[in-house]
Design a protein around this ligand. Structure first.
Ligand SMILES: [Cu+2]
Length: 137
């Protein structure tokens, strides 16, 4: 009986969260991968609004560097997101996959961000960037 009550509560909380639009916190789920085919991919990306998965170069300092790929994201869950690299990335080089919004620019549906720009800039949750760092295999 107790178990049933707990399960029911969990179900109610989940639907309330969905109605509120905060079903899942923004995140990037990815892993080290070969990018020899010219694609960087993420298993799953959750975005709070329509936007972009942006791929920055980075290194051991973990600071976002130049953008080398991007792909559109829908609000909510995105599975198997693939971004085409605009330049070669060698095995051993590090990449940062980051969630950016589609706000602050002048054109809708056009990726307008360049490093440090406000157009289509990164989102922040609790003042932190939403990103994952991988190493190219
Ligand atoms: Cu970024």
């Amino acid at each position: 009986m107790k178990t049933t009550a707990i399960a029911l509560f969990a179900t109610l909380s989940a639907s309330a969260a969905f109605a509120d639009g905060h079903a899942a916190a923004p995140m990037v789920m990815t892993a080290d991968q070969s990018v020899a085919n010219g694609i960087v991919s993420a298993e799953k990306v959750v975005a709070g609004e329509n936007g972009w998965m942006v791929v920055h170069r980075t290194d051991a300092d973990m600071k976002p560097g130049p953008v080398v790929a991007y792909a559109p994201l829908r609000e909510g869950e995105n599975l198997d997101v693939a971004a085409i690299l605009t330049e070669d990335v060698a095995p051993g080089e590090m990449l940062m996959l980051m969630v950016h919004a589609e706000t602050g620019g002048v054109a809708k549906g056009v990726f307008e961000y360049t490093l440090g720009a406000k157009e289509d800039g990164p989102i922040r949750i609790d003042d932190k960037l939403v990103m994952s760092v991988i190493t190219a295999k």
